[in-house]
Design a protein around this ligand. Structure first.
Ligand code: SF4
Length: 343
């Protein structure tokens, strides 16, 4: 059986699609349609036969681009497309490719699907996606927990080694990763700099590394300042300097990661890095919580406005942003200390 998996959402969604891809790969080749930004995260993945890049906003925009990508899907010989992303556009892509399509019964494009699968609000998203491959003739027991998988290669490892060597950090030195960024402003906890200052005193043998995209560099600079003011050793700012799989490789070397409800959380799940995740306008019950063996979720409990949106908006609709402001650096530092000391 040859399958196609259509996943053109955010990076975190792509990472959480890997258990579905692995499941399908047991029965045959799997070809994945991905955005240009996300395609690289599937490099080296043994379950992926090929990645078809769909640049839906630029070079493949419009009907002509849709037809072009559909022809590439058809050329793989796939018979079924699994709609990990649920827009009308991807549903039309499967139709144009002439393949059967299986997707969620809540998706915008569901009217075009050959088969619809219940979207279970009470399941982790990796499990929901995995269940798209359920065969009604041969029902398998549904796992309660699935860990995504990524495969950094030698160049990714070399990138990390070079950055750490340049910072004079020996192999095996304890590292705490901070990931202060998020596409959505209300998901960005505002106290990473204060946390880093606390960690200087609590975990003096650990070095802080900051991961993120190039746009997160100002957040890394604030963290570096806070550490300097507390007399700590310089942080390693990797924002914009590592590939996606390079960030995964770095996380695999870290004692723990502190992150918002954002893509680094899922990178850490894939590498099984102990994770402290900070949830504000969203909640883990939406299905996007950490699945590393050791993790802690910190939230502002008892706030009646939580959750207020599926993704987290650009500004707090109530203007007070208490869901994030009320999470103190001391409380997060305590959680980091606890998880680091049990490593
Ligand atoms: S409305 Fe509540 S949950 Fe939403 S951003 Fe504001 S404080 Fe956070």
């Amino acid at each position: 059986m040859v399958s196609a998996v259509l996943q053109t959402s955010f990076l975190g969604d792509m990472i959480l699609t890997t258990p579905l891809i692995e499941r399908l790969a047991r029965a045959g080749d799997v070809h994945v349609v991905a955005t240009p930004a996300n395609a690289a995260v599937l490099a080296n993945h043994p379950a992926v036969s090929s990645v078809i890049v769909y640049d839906k906003r630029k070079s493949d925009a419009g009907v002509t681009g849709l037809r072009r990508v559909a022809a590439r899907v058809r050329a793989t010989g796939a018979t079924t497309a699994y709609m990990a992303q649920g827009s009308w556009r991807t549903a039309a892509l499967a139709r144009l490719a002439g393949v059967e399509s299986v997707g969620f019964d809540t998706s915008a494009g569901r009217w075009l699907y050959s088969r619809r699968v219940a979207y279970r609000n009470d399941w982790h998203h990796a499990v929901r996606l995995w269940a798209l491959a359920d065969d009604p003739r041969d029902p398998a027991p549904t796992p309660t927990r699935l860990r995504p998988s990524l495969y950094p290669g030698a160049p990714d490892e070399a990138q990390v080694t070079a950055l750490l060597e340049a910072a004079d950090i020996p192999p095996g030195a304890p590292l705490i990763a901070l990931a202060p960024g998020s596409v959505w402003a209300t998901k960005r906890w505002p106290s990473y700099d204060a946390l880093a200052g606390e960690l200087v005193a609590r975990l003096p043998d650990h070095r802080v590394v900051v991961i993120g995209a190039g746009g997160d560099a100002p957040l890394a600079a604030a963290i570096a300042d806070a550490v300097r003011q507390r007399g700590g050793r310089p942080i390693v700012d990797t924002t914009g300097r590592l590939s996606l799989l390079g960030s995964a490789a770095l996380l695999a070397r870290c004692t723990a990661l502190v992150t918002n409800d954002s893509a680094p959380l899922h990178l850490a799940s894939a590498m099984n890095t102990p994770t402290i995740s900070l949830f504000g306008p969203t909640v883990p019950a939406m299905g996007f919580g950490p699945v590393a063996d050791r993790h802690a979720v910190l939230e502002r409990e008892g706030l009646p406005c939580r959750p207020c949106s599926a993704h987290g908006g650009r500004a707090c609709p109530l203007a007070h942003w208490q869901c994030m402001r009320d999470l103190s650096a001391g409380r997060v530092a305590e959680a980091v200390t606890r998880i680091s000391q049990t490593s």
